[in-house]
Design a protein around this ligand. Structure first.
Ligand code: 5GP
Ligand code: MG
Length: 476
């Protein structure tokens, strides 16, 4: 999963790019990059957090009134600087691009690039497949007199060829800022603006929270397949693009997006509170009477408070999280990895000692975190522990950009609920039901493939097999 931004303004946009990326840091901490354009592309990419990569000298060097940026969470390709985005092509005009998602027909696209467009990708980043397909299509046009329609047609060709999830922003040198989504609109992409002295700067970002931080207003969420182009005169051009059935990723609401983001007119925090409230019925049905509800910080907070409210019992913070442990700080040895949770979380004994504790987390993926947390709370004196997942069992891998591994590593794909309960060491385990979750999204067509195995893209089973194979290879 990744976070992306792009701006076109009347002054340098590096500050918007940088602050925007910082606001999206939760979407990826492996690498970050920014490319701006003034006479030529100005590039800075690096591994790690935004704050550590960009120094004052880069702010000076990254000149230009247009640019794009990216924070990376590795799901495909290795985590090396060469794989960091943006990626730029010198033809036609010069295009620099970022994307969030995951391309699922990699082999087919690599063949198409070579045989049809005579291009060889340089990195293992799937963005290259989107970039070179678009650039090669645009190159076929009358470039001395290129029209917005030419750009739209090139995007539509790209959308027809490239399968999977992708929200894309591109700066086309001396032409404008382009954004488009895959035909199912699986990943978020928000269009925003800020007007000062009657001059408007336009931007695109993965989440609305980014616009809150930089004083932009949200114009709209991009629809499945939609294309928006801001030309050099700041005129907005829109096309429905190559659109298919909408399938927005439900896991953005469950875990990935920040609580304060508004996606498709729903505040993420509200959806999480509702997920928590829905779980109260199950707690009552099982006859459980917790004394206190605690959350697994930070993504379990709103669901936990919703559950406590519905049960009319106290919500307390029972686990404190140290937010200052960077990923790079963590040693990769197995022993150290096992200790991560101890360094990250510390129980507040007084909150749980001698009590029946309901622990709410957003989801259970591999079960390893949950197991350690249960032990931690038990060691802090809890009498009984009920582990409650705001998400239904995650039983199917995601191939659209969430790092939900291979099915052999998904605990719900391998074990029954009672087996999971005894594995994590809880006295009871409660999952959200898919039907209840569907009620929350009855007015929105979502992708719940990780929960129900219904993948929206064509030839999904075949794609999944090759993606799983590659992931297993990369893990060795
Ligand atoms: P588990 O108990 O399955 O090992 O871990 C569950 C935890 O992983 C939950 O707290 C959830 O917030 C977190 N989680 C879910 N999806 C992701 C992801 O894609 N990346 C990371 N880093 N954490 C995730
Ligand atoms: Mg979590």
């Amino acid at each position: 999963m990744c976070g992306i931004v792009g701006f076109k303004g009347h002054k340098k946009v590096i500050y918007e790019l940088l602050m925007g990326l910082t606001a999206l840091q939760h979407r990826g901490q492996d690498a970050a990059g920014i490319v701006t354009f003034k006479n030529k592309f100005h590039t800075k990419k690096g591994l790690g957090l935004v704050n550590n990569i960009f120094k004052p000298k880069h702010l000076k060097r990254l000149d230009g009134k247009i640019g794009v940026g990216h924070v990376r969470y590795t799901t495909h390709g290795s985590n090396e600087a060469v794989n960091a985005q943006p990626i730029s092509a010198s033809y036609p005009f010069g295009i620099t691009m970022v994307h969030n998602g995951n391309v699922t027909n990699l082999d087919q696209m690599q063949e198409t690039l070579y045989k049809e467009y005579h291009t060889l990708p340089e990195t293992s980043n799937d963005l290259e497949l989107i970039l070179y397909t678009f650039a090669s299509e645009l190159k076929k046009k009358d470039l001395a007199n290129v029209q917005v329609e030419d750009i739209f047609e090139s995007v539509i060709h790209t959308q027809k060829k490239v399968k999977g999830a992708y929200s894309v922003i591109a700066a086309i040198a001396n032409h404008g800022l382009l954004a488009f989504c895959d035909p199912h609109g699986i990943r978020p992409l928000i269009f925003g603006k800020r007007t000062v002295n009657e001059k408007t700067t336009y931007g695109f970002a993965s989440e609305s929270t980014c616009f809150d931080h930089i004083g932009f207003e949200r114009i709209c969420d991009m629809k499945p397949g939609e294309i928006i182009f801001i030309d050099n005169d700041f005129k907005i051009h829109k096309s429905r693009g190559h659109e298919s059935k909408a399938n927005f990723c439900v896991f953005e609401y469950i875990y990935f997006a920040r609580d304060d983001s508004i996606i498709h007119n729903k505040l993420v925090a509200n959806q999480r509170v509702k997920m928590g409230k829905l779980l109260a019925g199950k707690v009552n049905t099982l006859g459980l009477k917790p004394d206190v509800v605690i959350d697994v910080p930070s993504s379990g907070y709103f669901a936990a408070s919703g559950l406590a409210e519905a049960l009319d019992i106290p919500y307390r913070r029972g686990l404190m999280k140290n937010n200052h442990i960077g990923r790079s700080f963590i040693s990769p040895s197995q022993k150290e990895r096992e200790d991560i949770i101890k360094r990250k979380l510390n129980p507040i004994r007084e909150v749980v000692d001698g009590k029946k504790v309901a622990i709410v987390d957003d989801s259970i993926v591999r079960g390893t975190t949950s197991k350690r947390i249960v032990k931690m709370i038990r060691d802090a004196g809890a009498k009984e522990i009920y582990f409650i997942s705001a998400a239904p069992p995650i039983a199917h891998p995601c191939m659209y950009g969430i790092d939900m591994s291979v099915s052999t590593e998904l605990i719900a794909a391998q074990k029954s609920n009672s087996e999971i309960c005894s594995y994590i060491g809880a006295d009871a385990l409660i999952y959200q039901s898919i039907d209840d979750l569907k009620v929350l999204f009855k007015d929105q067509a979502t992708c719940m493939a990780c929960l129900d195995g219904k993948y929206p893209t064509k030839k999904a089973k075949k794609a999944l097999k090759s993606i799983e194979k590659e992931r297993i290879k990369n893990k060795v």
